[in-house]
Design a protein around this ligand. Structure first.
Ligand code: F6R
Length: 602
């Protein structure tokens, strides 16, 4: 989720590149850089830290070059540092590139390039691109790009400049975004619309497998075979503020809709021909492990509840799930025979970090699951697994959570393999996991329905979420999401526990959100729901295609999917429900009161 800008035209490029990067700053980044081009030389300046630091390190008005590329980096391979920052250049300093995405096969390409004599400056996957271009370049950069992209597996949007053609910028993309545009001053490219919106509202949104050549006079689009294509122009009707949110009203809404892509990116490179491999777990000796603890806070803690349920089902180990704020103070068995997994979107949550430090001191094997490369947790953990959700800006966690569920499922699969255990229905579960981006898309299409159901809360102060077994993960997460952004009081209960006290709260029109997606207990949950209906509850039921639900008015059926994975589509529905409830109540959805995105105090 890096930011890219590029320009070639009749005016100095640097202010345009920096301003474009500034408009992408809201998404978060750890380093920034630019390359400016003349026929004599490339000038590259990059550094770890803020864009403002980069800018103040340059005397901007003195740079008159009219072609250049810029980048803000959100680290995926290689920690945030000066050397890992983009742009990357070839040894002769005649070609410079910026990249957004992940090159899955970079290791094998790197080995081949090293054998050819190429010297690498960084730990990034991206650097292979510039050396491949150098290797293939014989005067025609479009041809070199065509040959280079044939070698790449993964996702990429790349932007290239060379001293040989100092008034040209080249771009190519597959699975990462790239837009281009033109105005009387020149041609622009960027990883996202806000970066060029000030110059033109008519943009070409490149499709996968397309490349383009930008010159001061215009843009030309080609396929990867070099055939010229018709440029399809899209008029952007919204302003900069809306553009930063991708045309959505809030970051939370945007992030909810980014989930199909985030899930796809998180799985990328992990499942190969039905086999899972997470090299970060290679050092975990399952024969030694007696206890597994999942530790986290808030929404990440709910992801841990899910992982705990999977370990209970599939591994022969004692497993707990503990809130990080409690873990240090409880007397949990933590020693060299313990595997501790710490889950945190930000990688900076103080309670989670403290729990990790304590576990390390006691000799446990510590694995982190986080969304932010180079975050504190990744520095302390023995190994780190990354969700590839991209920057999450809204305070309420959405895409980070569903990607955590996906990654934790893959992790438990890998641990089971180490234990030599066969997961029941393992192949079917993996197939469904690979279909998950499509399934989540189907759920997003139900947004109007969830919007309508959210009106049930208009005159209500409370809502109750109920479910059994793995549906309990969905209910706790659904209730938390509703509370934190709409301020409607919401409680989550095990459906079977309701009759032991909490049912006293149910009265006419009380909103009950019931999950019954686990076939083995769905009928029992339905009986519990009927008990609430008998007391006047207004029930929204989320269940499977097959489940009998006679007499219920508000039923949403999730697509056919293995029950252990149902939490993912269900969560998407509940995120939408909470979102619309908050919108109807006029709440500040992205910045709910009293909350911070990253809780760095205990
Ligand atoms: C809720 C939410 C919080 C976080 C929690 C942990 O939507 O976002 O509950 O999940 O503060 O944060 P991380 O995952 O950054 O450790």
């Amino acid at each position: 989720m890096c930011g890219i800008t590029g320009f070639t035209g009749k005016v100095p490029a640097l202010p345009i590149l920096l301003k474009g990067l500034e408009s992408l700053e809201y998404r978060g980044y750890d380093s920034a850089g630019v390359t400016l081009v003349t026929e004599d030389a490339l000038f590259t300046q990059k550094r770890k830290g803020r864009l403002a630091d980069l800018e103040s390190s340059m005397d901007v008005p003195s740079f008159m070059q009219t072609t250049g590329i810029g980048h803000t980096r959100w680290a995926t391979h290689g920690v945030p540092s000066q050397l890992n920052s983009h742009p990357h250049t070839n040894e002769k300093e005649t070609i410079s590139i910026v990249h957004n995405g992940i090159i899955e096969n970079y290791q094998s390409i790197k080995e081949k390039l090293i054998a050819l004599g190429y010297v690498f400056q960084s730990d990034t996957d991206s650097e292979v691109i510039v050396h491949l271009l150098d290797h293939y370049y014989q005067g025609d950069m479009m041809e070199a790009i065509q040959k280079t992209v044939q070698q790449l597996n993964g996702s990429y949007a790349i932007c290239v400049v060379t001293t040989d053609h100092p008034d040209e910028v080249y771009v190519a993309k597959d699975s990462s975004p790239m837009v281009i545009g033109h105005s009387e001053n020149g041609s622009y490219c960027a990883s996202d619309i806000p970066a060029i919106l000030e110059y033109t509202k008519d943009v070409v949104i490149l499709e996968d497998g397309q490349m383009a050549k930008l010159t001061p006079n215009g843009v030309a689009v080609f396929d990867f075979a070099g055939n010229a294509l018709e440029t399809k122009v899209t008029h952007i009707p919204y302003d900069m503020n809306a553009a930063q949110k991708g045309g959505y009203t809030t970051f939370m809404e945007k992030e909810i809709y980014e989930q199909p892509v985030a899930i796809k990116e998180t799985m990328r490179g992990i499942i190969d021909h039905g086999q899972i491999h997470l090299p970060q777990l290679d050092a975990v000796d399952m024969q030694k492990i007696q206890y597994v603890h999942f530790v986290a806070c808030g929404t990440a803690y709910h992801a841990c509840l899910y992982a705990q349920a999977l370990v209970q089902k599939w591994l022969g180990r004692i497993v707990t799930c503990v809130a990080a704020s409690e873990f240090r103070y409880g007397n949990y068995p933590v020693n060299e025979n313990t595997l501790c997994v710490f889950v945190t979107q930000s990688g900076e949550t103080a309670d989670t970090l403290a729990a990790l430090k304590m576990s390390k001191e006691k000799g446990a094997q510590c694995i982190a699951v986080t969304n932010v490369l180079g975050s504190s947790i990744s520095r302390y953990a023995d190994q780190t697994l990354y969700t590839s959700a991209g920057p999450e800006i809204a305070v309420a966690s959405t895409k980070a959570f569903t990607t955590q569920l996906v990654l934790l499922t893959l992790m438990v699969f890998d641990l089971a393999k180490k234990e030599g255990r066969e997961i029941p229905d393992g192949d079917a579960i993996l197939k469904d996991l690979q279909r998950m981006p499509e399934i989540v898309k189907e759920m997003l299409e139900k947004a109007p329905l969830m919007d309508q159901y959210a009106y049930f809360l208009d005159n209500q102060y409370d809502a109750y979420f109920i479910g059994r077994q793995m549906d309990y993960v969905g209910v706790v997460e659904g209730a938390l999401k509703l509370k934190e952004i709409s301020y409607v009081h919401a409680d989550a209960y095990l459906a079977g526990e309701l009759k032991h006290g909490s049912i006293a709260l149910i009265e006419k029109d009380t909103v009950v959100v019931a999950l019954a997606t686990e076939p083995s207990v769905a009928a029992k949950t339905i009986s519990n729901i009927e008990e609430t209906v008998a007391r006047g509850a207004n029930v929204i039921l989320i269940t499977t295609q097959q489940q009998d639900a006679p007499g219920f008015k508000n039923v949403i059926r999730i697509p056919d999917i293995h029950p252990v994975l149902a939490t993912i589509p269900v969560t998407v529905l509940l995120q939408l429900f909470a979102y619309y409830a908050a919108v109807h109540k006029g709440r500040d959805v992205d910045k709910p009161r009293n909350l911070a995105k990253s809780v760095t105090v205990e």
